[in-house]
Design a protein around this ligand. Structure first.
Ligand SMILES: [Zn+2]
Length: 62
């Protein structure tokens, strides 16, 4: 299986993406020496924070 090195723009960690990764095709087409992407961990975090911001402020339960 083919793979490429990509660095997460959010946490800065380097990852090796396999051919079956959702971003592989997109990144390999860019033909850059170091591809950048947002890793699963960070994208989950972003999604979680976006959800939190969308929530209405809870009324105090006290
Ligand atoms: Zn990351």
């Amino acid at each position: 299986m083919k793979s490429l090195n990509a660095r997460c723009i959010m946490c800065g960690k380097s990852y090796q993406l396999n051919e079956d990764h959702k971003d592989y095709k997109n990144l390999s087409e860019k033909n850059v020496s170091t591809a950048t992407f947002i890793c699963d961990r960070c994208s989950n975090k972003v999604r979680y924070e976006a959800d939190e911001q969308r929530k209405p402020i809870k009324p105090s339960s006290s």
